[in-house]
Design a protein around this ligand. Structure first.
Ligand SMILES: CCCCCCCCCCCCC[C@@H](O)CC(=O)SCCNC(=O)CCNC(=O)[C@H](O)C(C)(C)COP(=O)(O)OP(=O)(O)OC[C@H]1O[C@@H](n2cnc3c(N)ncnc32)[C@H](O)[C@@H]1OP(=O)(O)O
Length: 248
């Protein structure tokens, strides 16, 4: 696979890229770079394990039924581990917005623990496969992008994939998430799970069913912001390589 140095960009932009990498390293410091490299390698490996497990399951069983159950431990571990991304932003070792990362990570944690893990009858829905596949492809690409960038050997395809796959995978993932929450609604309403009814000694009430409806509605203002954020990042990072994209 060609590295960014080998992909046909001109000398001036290579020199600019190298200076940028050196500036970034100095800014980050050794410890932060080492930690991020370890973190990104671990996350790439984790999501790769998940991808292989999903493909193996489907090849062996020929159905998606039981898929979630078979991969849930790995999924929960690596998706929960991603909470560290919010910490990375908070302590300033990655130049990403806490808000953007917070919304992204919390919606995933919410989907994993408070929807798919908690509402057992929906675990075999096709929509679960939809978001699992789009998360997995996205994360393998994203974490390998960060890893190779930190190691200063970024293959052009990874960079291209990082800033193009999301155009399709983001809406597909969101559709999978929304359909899964929608499928959970009847069970949540019937069981009254996570809901607190009056009267009680704290005098508070909470209805998880309505909370889910509000969460679904909140995708309407929040998702476009994340999507346009990624489109802006795409323009920033791939700017100047438009000719390469056209050649593709
Ligand atoms: C409690 C209930 C809450 C419910 C909320 C409900 C509302 C939810 C609405 C939103 C729905 C989202 C659903 C989502 O789960 C669906 C999917 O994910 S589907 C699959 C497709 N998904 C994607 O493609 C995700 C794409 N999005 C992102 O990648 C994110 O926006 C984000 C993770 C935040 C990344 O954005 P960022 O701005 O960081 O982009 P960059 O990758 O370009 O990074 C910018 C710079 O930071 C450096 N960086 C970042 N992280 C690292 C790292 N780990 N290691 C090293 N460096 C890192 C990166 O290199 C860039 O540096 P520089 O600019 O110097 O080059």
């Amino acid at each position: 696979m060609a590295s960014s140095e080998e992909d046909g960009t001109n000398g001036a932009s290579e020199a600019g890229d190298e200076k940028e990498v050196t500036r970034k390293r100095r800014r980050l410091g050794f410890l932060a770079t080492a930690w991020l490299t370890f973190y990104n390698i671990a996350m790439t490996a984790g999501w790769l394990v998940l991808a292989i497990a999903m493909v193996r399951f489907y090849v062996e069983k020929g159905t998606h039924r039981g898929l979630y159950k078979s991969i849930q431990k790995t999924l929960k571990f690596f998706q929960t581990f991603a909470l560290l991304e919010v910490v990375h932003c908070l302590i300033g070792i990655v130049p990403t917005s806490v808000l953007v990362t917070g919304v992204q990570v919390s919606s995933r944690i919410f989907m994993v623990w408070l929807v798919t893990h908690s509402v057992k009858p929906i675990q075999n829905e096709e929509s679960v496969v939809l978001f699992l596949v789009s998360w997995t492809v996205t994360e393998i690409t994203r974490y390998s992008f960060y890893t190779f960038s930190l190691l200063d050997h970024l293959p052009h395809f990874i960079k291209w994939a990082r800033y193009n796959f999301f155009i399709i995978l983001y809406p597909v993932g969101v559709a999978g998430e929304l359909l899964t929450i929608y499928a959970a609604l009847p069970y949540v309403k019937k069981s009254g799970m996570f809901s607190v009814r009056l009267p009680n000694k704290y005098n508070v009430s909470f209805d998880y069913y309505y909370f889910l409806l509000i969460t679904m509605a909140s995708y309407i203002p929040l998702f476009p912001q994340l999507y346009f954020h990624m489109l802006r990042q795409r323009r920033k990072v791939l700017h100047g390589e438009v000719i390469v994209e056209k050649d593709d």
